[in-house]
Design a binder for this molecule. Structure first.
Ligand SMILES: C[S@@+](CC[C@H](N)C(=O)[O-])C[C@H]1O[C@@H](n2cnc3c(N)ncnc32)[C@H](O)[C@@H]1O
Length: 189
């Protein structure tokens, strides 16, 4: 997962085979996802990112929302929340009150600039789509629930580097750690 995460973020390597492989992996994990991961501690880095990154209100779109483990926290802080995931099985196991969409984050069925916040927790980074769908002052909220031990992980400087290298303009923000996780909040500058 580590190498796949990097090649997606930095080289844009994502095709039908890779999409199908990833979907299959998470379809297979879906039944046990919530019962093995739903702890208060797991949400700490996200909550810290939202608080200290000054992210609230408007439309939040969570990419790779899985079974919606942090959806309730997003619903408390935003006017509208939409979860998007490639794996239909993950969405089927989601017990959330927010809207859910089965789609590939590499080609989002969203119009440009629609999101005030894009939340990615343990999710692959597709820099072009992130930049396209974020409102001009919108925030990318990047969270790794177990910091460097998270299989899908990029450090804050790598997220910044991938966004900049993809020709999506200049970005800046804040980064920190909370609990056993890490996070950054980046905006265009
Ligand atoms: C490691 S899980 C994290 C799930 C959730 N964010 C959490 O922290 O509990 C990664 C999620 O991203 C989804 N995913 C992977 N690639 C995706 C893509 N290209 N588009 C949308 N979702 C994707 C997977 O199906 C999976 O649900």
């Amino acid at each position: 997962m580590r190498e796949v995460t990097r090649t997606i973020a930095f080289e844009g390597i994502w095709d039908a085979d890779r999409s199908s492989l990833v979907r299959g992996i998470f379809d297979g994990l879906a039944a046990d996802w919530t019962s093995t991961r739903d702890t208060p501690e797991r949400a700490l880095p996200l909550l810290d990112a939202l608080d200290r990154g000054g992210v609230a209100g408007g439309t939040a779109i969570e990419l790779g929302s899985g079974t919606g483990l942090v959806s309730r926290h997003l619903a408390e802080r935003f006017d509208r929340v939409v979860g998007i995931d490639l794996s239909l099985e993950m969405l089927r196991h989601a017990a959330v009150g927010t809207s859910l969409v089965n789609a590939d984050a590499a080609r989002l069925p969203l119009r440009a600039g629609i999101a005030d916040a894009l939340v990615l927790m343990n999710m692959f980074l597709f820099p072009g789509e992130v930049a396209r769908c974020l409102a001009p002052k919108g925030a990318l909220v990047w969270v790794n629930s177990r910091a460097e031990d998270t299989p899908i992980h990029l450090a804050a400087d790598e997220v910044l580097e991938a966004l900049t290298a993809s020709g999506t303009g200049n970005w800046s923000g804040v980064a920190s750690r909370a609990g056993v996780g890490s996070w950054c909040v980046l905006r265009r500058c």
